[in-house]
Structure formats: C-alpha cells, structure tokens
Write a protein that binds this ligand. Structure first.
Ligand SMILES: C[S@@+](CC[C@H](N)C(=O)[O-])C[C@H]1O[C@@H](n2cnc3c(N)ncnc32)[C@H](O)[C@@H]1O
Length: 386
C-alpha cells in the first residue's frame, strides 16, 4: 500500500476503508492540519474572521465525523496522501463513487508547501491508481467562487460540463491525461527516438519515412488542400506541407508537442486536446485528414467511432490517411507482437485491416490498404458515394 521511492522524496499512500478505520487521533490532527484552511475558504469564510477559532472547531468536528463514517460509507473508495520523509502531509485528496461515477474530492495542499507542484504530483499518482483499477473517467465539483481550484482543474485537463449557482462540474479522461503527460515529457526527444527505431528497422517505427513521404506525395498531387493532422506530434508530416502553402489544422493532446509543431508552422491553426473533444471545435471540411502513428492511442471501438464522426468533416472527394503499426489481420498482428514481445506496448491498439472491414466503416468508406513492411501499413479511406 505504501510506496516510498527511497530517494528522500515524497511518499505516496493509499488509505482504503480498512486503513481509514484505523486512523489514530494523531493521524486525524495531521490530516486536518492540511485541510483546515481549504475547508474554511471552501465554505466561504475568511481566515481573518474574528470567529475563526470557533469556525475551525466546528469544521473539524464535521471532518472527524466524516472520517469515522468513511469505512461504512458505500461511496467512499480511498484517501490518497503525499507525505515527505519527515511525515508531514504535503497533499491529500479522496476518491468517492456516486451513481456509478467517480469523484475527486477534498484535494488540499499543506499551507507551507503550496505552489511546489505537490497537488499535481498527487493527482498524477491518483490517476495511475484509477487507471490500474480500470476507472476511465473522474469528475470533480468545484465551488464557483474558488478560482484557485478552478485554475488547478483546468490546468490539469479537466473540462467543465455543467454549472449551477454553487458548483461547476468537471470531468477528466484518466488515460488521456496520463498520455498527455507522457507525450509532454517525450516531446523533446521524440524525433530522435523515431530515427533510431527506423534506422534499426524495428518496431515501432520501421518504415516511418516511407509512410511520411507517401502521405506527402499523395497530398502534393493537389496544388492546394485543406489538411487536418490528428496527433501532429512535432509536425513531421504537416510541417513540409505548411512550407508548400497548404492550409493546415493541427490537433494534439500534448502542449509540448504543439509548441514544437507551432515553431515549424507559425500560422497554422492548432487545437490542443483529445481527438473527440477537438472535433467539437472544428468548423471546416477537409481534403485530407491524417493520423500518423496516432490513432493507436484509441481502442478499436473508439477508432471506429472517431472515423465515423470524421465523415462529416471530409469534403466530397476528401480522404482519411492512416499510417501506423498495422497488419492485414489479427493473426499477423499477433506474430508481430511475439517477435517484438520485449518492446511491445500493450497500451496501444494498432489497427488491422480485418477489423476495419468488419466494422460499419465499410458502409461509409472505401478502404484501401498497403502493407509497407512487416511492422507498418497505410490506409486510405475515401467516401462511398451512393
Ligand atoms: C507517436 S506520436 C505521432 C506524431 C506524429 N503524427 C508523427 O507522425 O510523428 C502520437 C501523437 O498523438 C498525440 N495523441 C495521443 N493520443 C491523443 C489523443 N487522444 N488526442 C489527441 N492527440 C493524441 C500525442 O500527444 C502525440 O503527439
């Protein structure tokens, strides 16, 4: 349950119902010490209120009651704690479940350790735990007057869904947020990694340049085109097209990837966000929609749903181009996986032709496929016209 990275850094603790039932008075004092300012502010009191002592005592008694009730409360899942090696709690929060949805609650950072990134660290660890438990989405209710909390949620990818007089309801896609973090960290070395994998001719990027130039050659047959790059990364595909004067819109989850792509394409349009939410911000139709090594971040059903939605954003003669680790069928994919077992990424869902052809995509698109080498393939989806 308790994980210490042994480097004198913060320790992450997961407090389930059983552990919470064993909280000592000293623990409770420590926990409340982190929470109390936040709770006071959250309830709309000021810390310089002349009755602050009484207010805090009342809040503490509510809090102790709440903690004592957690082990018997069906909605309570876990408390999560980040502690330093002196035992001081740096940041704390809990996850509860209501009406089959999961909520992040009570996220607070110790007043002496504010603005040091501990709440972000804790949130990332909580998201990893949710992912391990197959929890896909987490919600959070934030008081409308709590600007600091609103900023925190928005900075960490939460999207506002509903608002009433008191609260704004936020939602966060757990896997997407973790992936964003991964790509933000990877952005500066991504191109080097691709080059090395390609030069070694191995999974995952064997054939990357061939796919890249096939896509560019296909698009440059037209002297003008409106191009949408879904998962632009560092801008390897649409960068050269931008230089040739094509109209480019780039979508990516990762801020750092977008920053690099933006340097190559200063006047292109950029949408930072997940594929599905980015679609809601599109107000154009495209000649080409590209997914180069990016659609595999969605599972197979989501890939198909997204490709179906994108039908509305294609011009009559428009096409969707997908370059990726790919095979003709699941059997070939399994062979590839066995060959590269040591490096295989089980969190990526590579497309295969059979899956696409068995889905209702075939009613909307003609699907052409070319296997580039044993690792990669390229799909061209063009509209079926009645
Ligand atoms: C392997 S990189 C490929 C980048 C680029 N297309 C290329 O050919 O080099 C995948 C990119 O997709 C982005 N990405 C992953 N999942 C995404 C999602 N759900 N929505 C938007 N972008 C996503 C990542 O941030 C990353 O930049």
């Amino acid at each position: 349950m308790t994980k210490n990275n042994n480097r004198g850094e913060s320790m992450f603790e997961i407090w389930n119902k059983k552990k919470v039932s064993q909280l000592t008075n000293k623990d409770i004092d420590l926990w409340f010490d982190v929470l109390n300012n936040g709770l006071v502010e959250d309830r709309g009191y000021q810390l310089n209120d002349s009755n602050i002592k009484r207010i805090k005592a009342e809040i503490k008694s509510d809090y102790v009651e709440y903690l004592k009730g957690c082990p018997k409360d069906d909605s309570f899942i876990n408390y999560y704690v980040l502690r330093n090696d002196l035992g001081t709690i740096l940041s704390i929060c809990r996850v509860i479940s209501k009406d089959s949805q999961y909520y992040l609650e009570g996220l607070e950072t110790h007043r002496d350790y504010q603005e040091k990134g501990f709440a972000s660290q804790l949130l990332t660890k909580v998201l990893h735990d949710l992912k391990r438990n197959n929890i896909k989405k987490i919600h959070s209710l934030v008081r409308n007057h709590n600007e600091k909390s609103i900023n925190f949620h928005e900075k960490h990818g939460f999207l506002a869904s509903e608002k009433d007089d008191l609260n704004t309801r936020y939602g966060l896609d757990v896997e997407e947020q973790l992936r964003k973090k991964l790509f933000d960290q990877w952005a500066s070395t991504y191109n080097k990694f691709v080059k090395r994998s390609e030069s070694e001719g191995t999974y995952p990027f064997a054939g990357y340049s061939e796919i890249k130039y096939q896509i560019i050659d296909l698009i440059t047959k037209e002297s003008q085109a409106n191009v949408l790059d879904m998962g632009v990364g560092t801008g390897e595909i649409t960068g050269p097209l931008y230089d040739l004067g094509y109209k480019i819109t780039d979508v990516d989850l990762s801020e750092n990837m977008i920053e690099l792509a933006n340097k190559k394409m200063p006047n292109a349009s950029f949408i930072q966000g997940g594929f599905h939410s980015a679609i809601n911000q599109l107000d154009d139709k495209y000649d080409y929609i590209i997914f180069n090594y990016s659609i595999h971040h969605l599972d197979n059903n989501n890939q198909i749903n997204l490709l179906v939605k994108l039908h509305d954003y294609l011009k009559e003669q428009g096409i969707i181009i997908i370059g990726d680790v790919s095979s003709k069928n699941q059997m070939d994919m399994n062979k590839l996986k066995n060959k590269y077992e040591r490096f295989w990424d089980d969190e990526e869902y590579y497309p295969n032709l059979d899956n696409f052809q068995k889905s209702h995509l075939k009613n909307m698109y003609h699907i052409d496929y070319k296997q580039i080498n044993e690792v990669a393939g390229i799909y061209i989806l063009s509209m079926v016209h009645e």
